[in-house]
Design a protein around this ligand. Sequence first.
Ligand code: BG6
Length: 512
Amino acid sequence: MTAANPFHDPVRFERRVPPCTLVIFGANGDLTKRKLVPALFRLAYDRRLPAGLSVIGNSRTAMSDDDFREKMRESTQKFLEDTPFDENLWRDFAAGLFYVAGDMNDPACYNAIRAKLGELETSRQTGGNALFYLSTQPSHYAAAIAGIGAAGMAQAEDGRWRRIIVEKPFGHDLDSARELEQEIHKVFREDDVYRIDHYLGKETVQNILAFRFANGIFEPLWNRRYVNHVQITAAESIGVEGRGSYYQEAGALRDMIQNHLLQVMATVTMEPPAVFEPTAVRNERAKLLQSIHIMKPDEVEANTVPGQYGEGRVGGQTLPGFRQEEGVSADAQTDTYAAITFFVDNWRWAGVPFYVRSGKRLAKRVTDIAIQFNTAPHAIFSSQSADTAPFAGPNLLVLRVQPEEGISLRFLSKLPGSGMKLRPVSMDFKYGSSFGVRSPAAYETLLLDALTGDATLYTRQDMVEASWQAVQPILNVWQNRKFDFPNYAAGSWGPKASDDMLARRGHVWRTP
Ligand code: BG6
């Protein structure tokens, strides 16, 4: 057994963060308020951060350190969810928050940040280590990277480190993803670049690796001989939440499938790495993403369904359609829903459909992966036909990512009483009741990883490009078509065409 195996290596879970400064570009934005600072505060609550850990927030808005602290306090209290807000702890934590106003296109902004880094190195003993976080609009990425480089902040002196976290989207298509890559590499070494996909940091997504590779009984079934098809669903009940103008340009395929859901699919389908260490795990993920079948234009028609929500009624309330949302044009062709049938061209998965769907304003918020196994080869019980079950076959394994995290396995059982009547039943594992501890949020895990230099759960440029390669043919066809939108009502399960896509292969979407 190698020491690098996490299931036998408690050290991975007890890593100490070295002293350092986190520099957040876009500190006045939603991500900083909702996710980043609450995640840091929870890490502080769990005593995972060193005493001198400091944060420098940057945005154009003029603010004093105290204004910034007050803003962060309000949003942290609001978004902390299941951790108590401890006033004393906040006071200590907030003493490490600083703010430098500045325009990312102005070299003076980076000089001011460099000066602040130097000052904190002495006043808070940050050790000269720095982690830059690009949480701005993607159109500012190139300027920020170049600015950091020109101010001489990207390279560390001996024994210290400089790293950068880049938020998605990594480009708008394959070409722009490559351009961004070139900008990054002019300034940072690949080992210092952390491309974040927060789905990889979710406990339940990480648990897919444990489930598959720490247990002996599932892996022999995990292939085309036993798996009939797989459904990956990421349904959101919310709309675009004030992000209409960003979302109008992005759409569901770019916003969720190109990154989050293809990473989830890769986690479900990749080969076992020989050891649990960053390069080995990332190599397997990358190999899988590179094996996704690249559709030809005529395959796009049969294997993809775009959708856009119109007005709908939910719980007695009328919800507006996408085209009525703020910042969205009245004839927007944006996909707020996308369902794609992917195939993986390798020995393990050839011929197995992977139905992947995601949408805004669907009936409920749920993310899960349903693995439908083949039916028994010969039915000896009269009630054991495929249609006794509400879904295509009796054996279904569901990995529930959110909100009710867990795993359940469905199988047929005899109904009590005389005669041989069968009914589907399920064996359930629930995170909450099994462990009784709070699962860390994805951003906590991922920030901790980047601060300790562990890139296992971060995506890599080859993965980013492979995912773009898989979705680019779809984007190419979609952008030349005029869709008859809206084609699903807010609060429903999406367009009928999506059901038809599965029906063509004799399958039905599961209602989670
Ligand atoms: C983000 C998307 O990356 O993920 C959002 O830009 C989406 O549109 C969000 O709502 C979903 O994340 P989660 O963790 O709430 O499932």
